[in-house]
Design a protein around this ligand. Structure first.
Ligand code: FES
Ligand SMILES: [Fe+2]
Length: 412
């Protein structure tokens, strides 16, 4: 709330304000939740899908994840369609999961394969279906589509993970909420998502206040611009380096929850070697999955340092206050930030663009249209990433850099 002229801006009578449901709600039936349900989302690491059922929560839905003994992952509502006990206690078999109560066996697509207490082991069993969701495994993550069957898009792949040399390279999953933070955080997913289009905080939070947490080159004040594309919003930050070259850093958001943030420690130059997804667990809890391509003989990427050399996990409570990072500031906005209390300024243009683009897509779905970025034909499967840390000189046309660069290479 903007204070009136005659109260001197005092806190007395301050109203808490409200958040924008078109950005923050993730549940089924909400406008934003229905938009999210038009895309694939990572719901677990592949290694978390095992013969032991696991409870997972995604987009506000409680689900059970397992992997049948033939290796296929399954994701379904926990409540058995017979008499409602949870499949969390189920027994995983070759062809699916068997309910512990009366033994109904369900395949990954929900079909009932066996009803041992019924005559003929269920002569009518094919008329029962356990509510299920389709899943796809990609580079160590289990993705699920929680939307309407007739709107299921093809599963997208990304160029930065193509052509892997299995002898020398590997793809790993890092599920820190923010660089160096815990696995998940108690805040709405959009708070961490829009952060990717907030390059000014890199200079302030990660350098002037708590830093340097990243590569010292990021202390140089950049020229910043943003561009909106069909698939998302891009931020470019150009820093003139002492040797006459320019660090041209490009970050991206992609609909609906992807963020492409080249390693801020500059341990990889060129096109990014990683991208990440924010999984909205529910309205006030978020998990982040980063997919990282790397040489087998190197660590994933340099994580930021805190307090002059510690990892986030080594900090005491006092040090978390002294050296805040992304986790502290994004959860510090509260469980769901109060948009009516904000004062967005010119430096928040990228944040505004991400929000506007997301809300545009929410409205498209409300109007019965398909949102941007979903494809229903195989041709749409492979997406090209442009984010990266590019070192360029004066003769380089920076607009051609993302397309001209090869896959991210380790810095010298
Ligand atoms: S409750 Fe699942 S088989 Fe009866
Ligand atoms: Fe940050």
């Amino acid at each position: 709330m903007v204070s009136t002229a005659n109260d001197g801006g005092r806190a007395y009578g301050h109203q808490p304000g409200s958040s924008d449901p078109e950005l923050t709600e993730v549940g089924a039936g909400t406008p934003a939740g229905e938009l999210l349900r038009r895309y694939w989302h990572p719901v677990a690491r592949s290694e978390e899908a095992t013969s032991r059922p696991r409870n997972v929560r995604a987009l506000g839905e409680d689900l059970v994840l397992y992997r049948n003994l033939q290796g296929a992952p399954g994701l379904m509502l926990p409540k058995c369609c017979h008499r409602g006990t949870t499949l969390y206690f189920g027994k995983v078999e070759d062809q699916g999961i068997r309910c512990p109560y009366h033994g109904w066996l369900f395949a990954e697509d929900g079909r009932c394969l066996d009803q041992p207490c019924e005559p003929g082991r269920g002569r009518n069993r094919e008329s029962y279906r356990q509510p299920w969701y389709p899943v796809v495994e990609y580079n160590g993550l289990v993705f699920a589509y929680l939307g309407p069957a007739d709107k299921q898009p093809v599963f997208p792949r990304y160029d930065i993970f193509e052509g892997l040399d299995p002898d020398t390279e590997e793809i790993v999953i890092i599920d820190h909420f923010a660089f160096g933070g815990p696995t998940q955080a108690e805040c709405n997913w959009f708070q961490t998502h829009e952060n990717a289009m907030d390059p000014y905080h890199v200079f302030i939070l990660h350098n002037a206040i708590s830093g340097p947490q990243f590569d010292p080159k990021l202390e140089i004040w950049p020229r910043i611009d943003w561009q909106r594309s069909e698939l998302g919003v891009t931020a470019t930050q150009d820093r003139d380096l002492p040797d006459g070259t320019t660090l041209h850093r490009v970050t991206e958001t992609r609909l609906p929850t992807m963020r492409v943030i080249p390693t801020p420690t500059l341990s990889v130059l060129g096109k990014t070697n990683n991208l990440s997804w924010a999984l909205p667990i529910d309205d006030t809890n978020t998990r982040v999955y980063a997919m990282v391509r790397k040489p087998k003989d190197r660590p994933p990427q340099g994580l930021p340092v805190y307090g002059g050399g510690k990892s986030w996990f080594d900090l005491t409570d006092d040090e978390h206050q002294l050296y805040p990072g992304d986790y502290e500031t994004q959860t510090g906005q509260g469980p769901i930030t109060l948009h009516t209390q904000e004062h967005l300024c010119s430096s928040d243009r990228g944040v505004s663009m991400v929000r506007r683009q997301f809300k545009d897509q929410v409205r498209r779905v409300v109007d019965g249209l398909d949102p941007a970025g979903v494809r229903f034909d195989q041709a749409g499967e492979l997406q090209t990433i442009i984010a990266g840390n590019y070192i360029v000189d004066g003769s380089t046309d920076i607009n051609t850099i993302p397309l001209a660069e090869t896959l991210g290479r380790p810095a010298e």
